[in-house]
Design a protein around this ligand. Sequence first.
Ligand code: PXG
Length: 441
Amino acid sequence: MSISASTTNNLDAFWMPFTANRQFKQAPRMFVGAKDMHYTTADGRQVLDGTAGLWCCNAGHSRPRIVEAVQKQVAELDYAPAFQMGHPKAFELAARLAALLPSPLDHVFFTNSGSESVDTALKIALAYQRAIGQGTRTRLIGRERGYHGVGFGGISVGGIVNNRKTFGTMLTGVDHMRHTHDPSRNAFSRGMPEHGAEYAEDLIRIIQLHDPSTIAAVIVEPVAGSTGVILPPKKYLERLRAICDQHGILLIFDEVITGFGRLGSPFATDYFGVTPDLVTTAKGLTSGVIPMGAVFCTKAIYDAFMTGPDHMIELFHGYTYSAHPIACAAALATLDTYDEEGLLTRAADLAQYWEDGLHALKDCPHVIDIRNLGLIGAIELEGIAGEPTKRAFSAFLKAYDDGLLIRTTGDIIALSPPLIISKEQIDELFDKLRTVLNSID
Ligand code: PXG
């Protein structure tokens, strides 16, 4: 494909999300194709995908089964009303997903993104507490440095300063636990950090401040991604679960990035052996091909709503595109691909190899911490004095020039390749990254 066919000479109109628009428009980076582990750039280069797009293309790119399913579905049933009507694939997908999650997480509410999944889970939590006669429980608790998407619900419980500070007061009645990042004790940990289970006790402080009777739910990412990869200390999530149980508080795991095989188990709830009351997902559900999200809840939560006259709507919530037929077809074909290729557990087989390759970068210039779990990696660089984010962004630009896609947030490089990556490609990824780290200022 020629550059002129795939780019435009007017880049002005598109206000790009989470992007340095002026910098980008001076030197655009355009992808025009993707296959398996690689993107193709507008100038015809192959770029190794070190980030599964944005943590979403877990099955790799343009996988035949998914492509075919989407093509077929759009010609067969393009859209069906989501309210008071159904279509078979929505029920088939919900049943397959419910079987994939550990019991009792056996009901599914469909959305179109991680942000919508978060809003949905928070609303279900509030409405559930009211439905069981606990209507005083209106507070929502998140965590510092948490990322739960960009809706007002998500930024309210989220804890990333730049995502919040310009958007007013957001939801009221929200509080935040402290984050679990502790480089003084845990730097260069391999896998889960040893120290910090006691940070869960911060929830007790918040409960004592507000009284448990005012708190509906706690939401955390089991592994925090967007903030630059923060892993849960050993025993931390178990302790959060126990505190929530003790005080009648619902626990929500935001599995938008950990869901669908990222850690080597289908979900983080399997990996950590801690079962929340609600799970939010998106991204890997369709391997990024069609926007879709899903919220899982326990039977107890679902059943609490199934009261009153049969003809009454039980939950006044939903989206025009909830369980969109094309998204359902993409998700079903994605689950087939995951099954056929064992992708939901493949990261477990690669995790040690990945960890060894990643931690071998410890001696590169500027590296102050390395973190990993499953097929997630993070390399924290020392920021340039007075110019935060600049060093990591230089690494991003250099990596792109060298044929590797990485993500950066602050001065942290985050890696989350498609789950189909080979050992040779893991070697290639870290070789390229070593060259990048050795060449930036
Ligand atoms: N929750 C979590 C835990 C996420 O990671 C969302 C919610 C929101 O999802 P949507 O689909 O509304 O974007 C996310 C999204 C990155 C990066 O590079 C991470 C996300 C999105 C874009 C980039 O860290 N996570």
